[in-house]
Structure formats: C-alpha cells, structure tokens
Design a protein around this ligand. Structure first.
Ligand code: GAL
Length: 677
C-alpha cells in the first residue's frame, strides 16, 4: 500500500476553457461534414448528442469547400453546419480554412509550392503544399481567413478559433527562393551586419566567409557536413516563419472577435521544428495534438512527458488535447489498435496532467481519402461496436470529471526542456548519434515519475524559484543568463541534477572553451577533458554496482565529491557521477546514462536530498494529483496487469463510491478519487 502526500492547493482563475467546462470536461472532435452527403449530418448530430460531444472543430481543411474557385465564395453548407451544431447545443472550434490551399491556388501560383533541401519542389495532392514565407500564399490565406472570421464572428455556436492546422507539420523547412529571401531578412534583423554574421557562424572555417547578404542561402543539401550555426539559425528562422503565419491570422481575428484564438501544437516525439516556448504566449488556449507513437520503446511514457510539457507551455493552466485517436492511426509502419482499457488510460493520463478537455481526430471514420484507415469516434462498422461503447464511456467519464476543471498539478521538481538544445545537439558532426535529445529527456522524466515525483517541464529561460529540484538533461546550448539562473537556484538551496551533453555551446553554437561542460563547470566543480562516447550497444559498469550506456567522458573534479566511478570502458577509473555541496544546495553531474532502475534510484535520492517527499510507486503505475482552492483529485493510472493498492480517502469521482482506506486499482484500470479534505 502506498501513501501519497497531499500537496498544497492552488487556485487558478480565468481560464478561457472555463465556459466550455461547466457541464463536463470538453469532449470534442474534428468534424468534417464536407466529406459526407447532407443526409448523414442529422445522424451525426443525434449521435454526437448521445455521446456527449460538446465541441467540434469544423472547416479545418475547408478552403476548397468555401472558396472553390478564384473569387467564388460558397458558405451555404458551412452556415448550415454552424446552425445545426448550435441547434444541438454543440459548440464550434472554427477553422480558418488555411491549412491547405485549394488546387486552383497552386495551379495559378506554382511558385508557392515548397522546395525541399535538395532543391526539388513538392507538389499538391497531399496537404500543406505551400511555402510558409510565400507572400503570395500569405495574401490568399489572409483573404480566406478574413472572410471566415467576418462571417462567423457573431455566430452563437462559435467557441474558439482554430488557426490553420498543425502549422509546420510537413512544410516547416522550405528552401525556395522566397524562403531564402526571408531568411536573409531574418538574419539581417538578427545580426545587423555581415561581419557580425560571419563571427556568429564561424565562417572562417572551410572558406565560408560571406561578403554580401545575397550570397547566403538556406542550408541546402551539400557535399559535406554543413555549417552548424547556419543550420541552427535556419531552424530558428523556420519556427519563426510558422509563428508569423499564426500571428497574422490571430491579429486579424482579434479585430473582429473576442473568442479565444489557438492553433494545435504537435508536442510529440517526431516533430522537432517548432520552438513552442516562443509560441505559447500568443495562444489564448494551449492546445496539443498527441498520438501514441508505437515506434517508441515506451509510448505511454512519452505521452506523460508530452502532457507535462504541454502543461508547461500553458504555464500550469488548463490546456486542451485538440487531437488524439480512439484507436489506430494510419501513418505509422504498424498501426496498432488500442488494447483493453488503453483509450481510457490515455485520456485520463492527459486529464491527470492538466488537460481540461479531450478532442479526437475525428468524428466519423472517412470512407475515402488518405486517412480512410484512421480510427475515429464513430467507426466504419457503426454504433453496434465495442469501439462506440468505449467512446460512450469516455464521454461519460469526461462529463463526471467536471469538478476537476480548473484544478492544477503542483510540482516541487522541474525538468528543463529546450528546442534549441534539441537542434544544436542533433545537428551534423556530433560526437555520437546515439545521444538523442529526446531520449535523454525521456529517460530523466521517466526516472522522476517512476520515483513518484511529480514534475513540471519548464523552459531554460524560466524562473526556478519555488522548485526544490531541477533536472537538466542534455541542455546542450545554454545562454549565460540561463546558466547563471541555475547556479543561483543551487546557491539559494536548490538541488540540480545536470547530465552530460549540457552546457557545451553558447547561443551561436560556439563551444565554451576551457573544458566541458563549459556553462556549468564552476557550479559542478568539475572539468571534463575529453568526450569518450560508448559504441553502439556498449554498456559500462560503475563502482556502485550500476550499469550505464551511451556516453562516457574523461573528467576530473576540481571541487566536488565523486559519487561513483567508471569501472570499465573508455573512462575506467574516472568519475561517472559527482556531487558538489553549495551551502544548503547541491549540484550533481551525471557523466553517463544510467540504466532505468539506477536513474530512478538516483533521482529518488536527489529528490530526498531536496526535501521532496517521494513515495515509490509500482513501476507502470502513475499517481498524479490535481488540486484547486478547496478540492483535490488523485489520479491513479495502472498500466500494469496487476492490481495495486494506493492509500486514499474520499470519494470515487466516477462511481461516487466512498473510499475509506486504500483504493484497489485493477490491472489496466484507472481510478480518480476526490480526496476528503
Ligand atoms: C494530425 C492532423 C489531422 C489528422 C491526424 C491523423 O496530424 O492534424 O488532420 O491528419 O493527424 O492522425
């Protein structure tokens, strides 16, 4: 039996989701009526009501529906969909229709088609076939979204605006002439002079010194490794270009409407091109799309991380899961169906980590088109199916969880996450391709949550006051002020755990000289003289009995204790883990990747060091608490096949059953307990 300490309640006010959660957490879906005959729409409405669907995302890919030819506008069907939704008490998350240009646009203006890094053009026939920097595309998109906004700003069904769709999903990196021109403009604004750019990019190397702006290209496919600083700036620029697309539409919308504006983020393991820390402040509601990625070793752990990161982007306030799937997707090599109870576990995992609503792609499984084998709320086989019955159960669960709306997760631990580090660490010419940023982040996150420590995912630029433990995995690129903030956090009594591959380069991707990890050398009291990465599959042993993989390095301590040493491998005899006491605080360094069990043990220790109460949870069981001013909800998600017991007292939030002692959670099940105060 486990005891889980109750955390201090906090209040949250003014969530733009609040009006949508008065009768239950949001239960929504993409709704694409344009794919179906009119006769189907009435049945859609009836079944949505039966399931309790409260929010539909409409007109996401509507461009050729509402604007089928130049100058031709055809809103009759969309009008009817809006009215139907309203008549059935369903709110609309209205798309601006700019996600994919209609075929006439690209026929008329082939110059807006995106160009890949090898200079080849990408054609229409799929989606998102436009260059994000194209002024021509931008002008057409502005016109389409303006028409939509003007027409529906006052429609009673309107709940929020959905700008475009997954901006940058396919077209974030475009290398066409328009992109090149925009890139030069972006560089000029950043550096002011060619001399400053040459310095920042280190262009003396390989005779790359530029004499004029027009000599600069996007980093197209080259014969050899490319300039890493140029790659990094192109990644920054590309994220900014997509954000500009959002911003242009959002600003225009806000001139006509007070409804919240958002777009759907892709906080997932396979999209790394958008620095959402710089986007988050421009969203009225943080919305994420998340699909289980079966290509990963532990898709569920990745879900937990993505949900924690999404909550971080929302600054701890309620967020919306804008898309997920009831079952299989259709874009992975093996599109696995969800197992018994898995959908509910996924849904409750997102809610436990701060989502106030769950929406699905999509309402009715398509009969045609590229996604005809993607699951939906209403499957091809109809309503006499286990899938539909599960959907009804999900709807009912979200309805009963209404009291959870607005509550918050409270964490004493933070994990630093940084897209720029992801980019710089994984750009070309690195020490080991086995050092993948997300692997390192996921390993640290899983070790924390596996120790029963609730964790906020925060940006490298965030204030850390209020946390007791900060974990810094592979923070490759660090600005001086961010390194200084981490040092101050430790000096003020905090505990930091910093891993290898952190603090290596500055914001220009320039190595910090004098020994690794340059930005954290003094704080950690170590100097690492040489990287000594491990070979593929190679493991090493440590003198505390632990095992590790991926990385080693040759370091010496200058002012720290050695907590463990390498027994073998390329750094045999040298420190593998160090700890430096700084007043009340301490700074740990990990020079290798411990096994999952060793990592959990280490972060448990660090958490105890930091004064965080840790309660070991059985492996595969998530225990998370959301609290509001006067209520607390304990979420237990049992991913294992065994029954577990968790200490709790209160009332089952779904069944209403009183709980006086430990709550039993069957294998594969979830329990949500409103705790007695
Ligand atoms: C998202 C997208 C949806 C749909 C879904 C399928 O990327 O926004 O339109 O394609 O994936 O999983």
């Amino acid at each position: 039996m486990l005891a889980v300490d109750r955390l201090a309640p906090e209040t949250r006010q003014g969530s733009p989701l609040e009006p949508l959660t008065r009768d239950g957490l949001v239960f929504g879906c993409d709704y694409n009526p344009e794919q179906w005959d009119r006769a189907v729409w009435d049945e859609d409405m009836r079944l949505m009501r039966q399931a309790g669907v409260s929010l539909v995302a409409v007109n996401i890919f509507g461009w050729s529906w509402i604007n089928p030819a130049p100058g031709v506008w055809s809103f009759d069907e969309l009008d009817e969909v809006m009215d139907l939704a309203h008549a059935h008490g369903i709110r609309v998350n209205l798309g601006t229709a700019t996600a994919s240009p209609a075929p006439w646009v690209t026929t008329r203006h082939p110059e807006i088609l995106p160009v890949a890094e090898d200079g080849t053009r990408r054609f229409p026939g799929g989606r998102q076939a436009y260059c994000p920097s194209s002024p021509v595309f931008r002008a057409y998109a502005a016109e389409v979204s303006r028409r939509v906004v003007e027409r529906y700003a006052d429609h009673p069904a309107l709940a929020m605006w959905h700008v475009s769709n997954e901006l940058g999903c396919h077209n974030s990196l475009c290398y066409c002439d328009a992109s090149a021109a925009a890139f030069r403009g972006w560089l000029e604004a950043r550096y002011g002079s060619i001399a400053a750019l040459n310095t920042a990019w280190g262009t003396s190397f390989w005779s790359q010194r530029y004499g004029a702006w027009d000599e600069i290209l996007p980093p197209m496919t080259a014969l050899s490794l490319r300039n890493p600083a140029q790659l990094l700036d192109f990644q920054r620029f590309s994220s900014d270009q997509q954000l500009e697309l959002y911003r242009a539409e959002a600003e225009a919308i806000r001139r006509h409407s007070t409804a919240p504006v958002t777009t759907n983020f892709m906080v997932t393991a396979h999209i790394r091109t958008l620095d959402y820390w710089s986007w988050a402040g421009e969203m009225d509601v943080i919305a994420n799309d998340h699909y289980l990625d079966r290509r990963l070793a532990d898709p569920t752990a990745e879900l937990s991380f993505a949900a924690d990161l999404t909550r971080g982007l929302a600054g701890g306030t309620p967020w919306l899961l804008m898309e997920t799937s009831t079952g299989a997707v259709n874009w992975q090599p093996h599109n696995l169906a969800k197992g018994e109870g898995e959908l509910l576990r996924n849904v409750v995992s997102h809610v436990a980590r701060g989502a106030d609503g769950i929406c699905f792609f999509q309402w009715r499984a398509s009969a045609q088109g590229a996604e005809k084998f993607h699951s939906a709320l209403l499957p091809h086989a109809g309503t006499d199916t286990a899938q539909w019955r599960t959907v009804l159960e999900v709807g009912e669960t979200l309805r009963r969880l209404q009291p959870v709306a607005g509550s918050q997760v409270h964490s004493d631990a933070a994990l630093l996450f940084d897209w720029e580090s992801w980019w710089s660490l994984e750009n070309e010419g690195r020490p080991s391709e086995d050092v993948r940023y997300l692997d390192q982040v996921h390993a640290a996150h899983a070790a924390l949550t596996g120790s029963g420590v609730s964790v906020d995912v925060v940006s490298a630029h965030d204030e850390l006051t209020g946390y007791r433990l900060v974990v810094v995995p592979a923070l490759h690129l660090v600005r001086d002020e961010d390194a200084a903030r981490i040092a101050r956090f430790v000096e003020d009594g905090g505990t930091a755990v910093i891993t290898f591959a952190s603090g290596i380069v500055d914001e220009d991707d320039r190595v910090r000289l004098g020994g690794y990890p340059g930005a954290f050398r003094d704080l950690l009291g170590i100097v690492s003289e040489e990287f000594a990465p491990l070979g593929p599959g190679q493991t090493v042993t440590l003198d505390d009995g632990g095992t590790a993989s991926v990385w080693a390095e040759r370091l010496r301590v200058t002012d720290a204790e050695v907590d463990a040493r390498f027994l073998d491998g390329p750094a045999a005899g040298l420190p593998a883990r160090t700890r430096r006491a700084v007043g009340e605080g301490s700074a740990w360094y990990l020079a290798t990747l411990p096994s999952a069990a060793d990592y959990r043990a280490l972060l448990s220790r660090a958490a105890q060091d930091a004064g965080i109460p840790t309660t070991p949870v059985p492996l595969g069981v998530d225990v998370i608490r959301r609290v509001s001013a006067d209520r607390a909800f304990l979420f237990v998600i049992n991913h294992t096949t065994d029954t577990v017991e968790i200490a709790a007292r209160g009332r089952d939030a779904i069944s209403g059953e009183a709980i006086a002692g430990p709550v039993r959670v069957a294998g594969g099940a979830v329990r949500i307990i409103e705790e007695a105060s």
